[in-house]
Design a protein around this ligand. Sequence first.
Ligand SMILES: Cc1cc2nc3c(=O)[nH]c(=O)nc-3n(C[C@H](O)[C@H](O)[C@H](O)COP(=O)(O)OP(=O)(O)OC[C@H]3O[C@@H](n4cnc5c(N)ncnc54)[C@H](O)[C@@H]3O)c2cc1C
Ligand code: SF4
Ligand code: SF4
Ligand code: SF4
Length: 388
Amino acid sequence: MTTTMAHPISLVAKNCCGCSACEQTCTQGCITMQSDEEGFLYPHVDIEKCTECGRCTKVCPALSPYEERTPLETFAAINRREDVRLRSSSGGVFPLLAEWIIDRDGVVFGAAFDKKWNVVHRKAATKAELKDLQGSKYVQSRMGRCYNEAKTCLKKGRMVMFVGTPCQIAGLQHYLGKPNPLLLTVDFICHGVPSPAVWQWYIKNRATSFSKKHWLSRMRYGLNPVSSIQSVEFRNKDRGWKHFQFVMKMGGRRGESLANVHYDNPYMRCFLLDASLRPSCYHCPSKCGRSYSDITLADFWNVHKVVDGFDDDKGTSLVIINTQRGAHVFGELDCRREHVCFEDAIQYNKAWRKPYPENPHRAAFFQEYKNRPADFHLLAEVNEGEGC
Ligand SMILES: Cc1cc2nc3c(=O)[nH]c(=O)nc-3n(C[C@H](O)[C@H](O)[C@H](O)COP(=O)(O)OP(=O)(O)OC[C@H]3O[C@@H](n4cnc5c(N)ncnc54)[C@H](O)[C@@H]3O)c2cc1C
Ligand code: SF4
Ligand code: SF4
Ligand code: SF4
């Protein structure tokens, strides 16, 4: 019988951030990550197989959160290659770090789309594979077996760079148990992660209405409209970094592009107004340096108020160095950079310190999701949320 009842890992309840460290550490294979009715993954334990070894609770970052840490240094930074920076969400520091690792025969783990436009963590071993990891995807990624894979690579003596939300990095650190000189961990200041099921509802809805309008697409993609999607960008910079757009291309040569500046897109609005986030995000256990990452990346919003010459509206990164290893690797990169005062920089990025409050109409929004009306729309009440 599969149940979570009475097992200690179930005490985590809604504080569970879904990192899957417990699943990947269980040598008996009794934990599986299963979707709840909102579309978020939680551990389910097969009590019959459990030997009560206690490994799963030991690695859980929600049960044993790390202490707050003070960063060592803070920078404004820009990737010198404009084409690369424009494909990234902020200043394009992630691709520089990742290439540094690949050049040393290492591997990089980060989030990419799979064929059905789910967001999944995966490994990249070549520069060509890195492109899929570039850019923010505002959906909770599925970790799969990536902690296991990273551990195997480290055991074989390969360098590993692991990028994820602060809670995913905290989960990895707990899972590995001890520092490893071959590992570079990178997280970002995190607003929170929306439900993968809400994402699928949104894209299915948009792709279906596209197919209904175009007879050729109806013929070609009728049974599976999501397959008409050719590309998705959450942070397209055609109208500038500050007015970043959500862009989704559907169909072939005579296809259609959906392009909305962030707050005008209902999916993005729902995310930014904190209506579709994972419950743990409203009580995040990994803020203020508590992921124990080497480097934290972010958008350097209002950079012009802190340092001159870094605001060309094509994206500037805020780079927070947390460890000596992070300082060493960042120091080796060829990028434009300037030291800044941490407190000056962080005042414009609320998500570093505090979680965003739950939208008071979140429950009503998810009730609407459960009814799955044909049209993805935001309830008027949700639109009144606080936002960022
Ligand atoms: C869900 C989410 C919330 C964020 N919230 C904030 C915020 O409140 N304030 C802020 O300043 N910055 C936030 N960021 C970070 C910001 O959007 C950029 O990702 C970061 O500054 C790195 O940009 P870059 O230009 O250096 O690299 P990019 O090329 O943009 O690389 C992005 C990196 O993030 C990883 N990634 C993308 N999507 C996910 C995902 N869903 N889960 C885990 N890893 C992912 C990719 O693998 C890649 O390594 C958030 C990012 C995400 C994914
Ligand atoms: S206590 Fe041990 S055997 Fe039981 S679920 Fe946790 S890790 Fe697996
Ligand atoms: S936070 Fe991670 S380790 Fe803890 S219960 Fe949730 S998935 Fe498992
Ligand atoms: S806000 Fe916190 S709990 Fe939510 S995804 Fe980000 S790091 Fe994890």
